[in-house]
Design a protein around this ligand. Structure first.
Ligand SMILES: C[C@H](O)[C@H](O)[C@H]1CNC2=NC(N)=NC(=O)C2=N1
Length: 115
């Protein structure tokens, strides 16, 4: 079996890097079952909504995800609201999903489930 996604490191992303193929997609999604594949303006993305008891907890979670993003050199969209953090991963450089997005989704779950 391949390594767990949250044990992998993101690769440097650049234009021309491979998008996740239709064949790879189901197995990768299986490993991050709480994330939804969505399509925005023709770009496939991974999204999860986390809920919290108040704004401050959602804010603290957004800071943890921001730290993760800086460690990995890969950055999500974060929508911070009262009691709610919406996290969306995709790879800007290729206008779609790279394996990095799945790695970061798995690492997001690891970081936020530890709180
Ligand atoms: C130079 C730098 O590594 C790139 O611009 C990175 C930064 N973070 C990134 N994050 C995401 N999500 N997609 C990218 O294409 C991307 N590119």
């Amino acid at each position: 079996m391949s390594a767990e996604l949250n044990q992998l490191q993101c690769e440097a992303c650049r234009a021309g890097a491979p998008q996740v193929s239709d064949e790879e997609l189901p197995e990768l999604l299986r490993q991050i079952p709480d994330w939804q594949p969505i399509v925005v303006d023709g770009v496939m993305q991974l999204q999860r909504v986390y809920t919290f008891r108040n704004f401050k907890q959602a804010w603290a979670a957004s800071n943890k995800v921001a730290e993760l993003a800086e460690q990995e050199g890969h950055h999500p969209a974060l929508l911070l609201e009262w009691g709610k953090l919406t996290i969306t991963w995709w790879t800007h450089a290729i206008g779609g999903l790279h394996k990095n997005d799945f790695i970061c989704a798995a690492k997001t779950d690891a970081v936020l489930s530890a709180q």
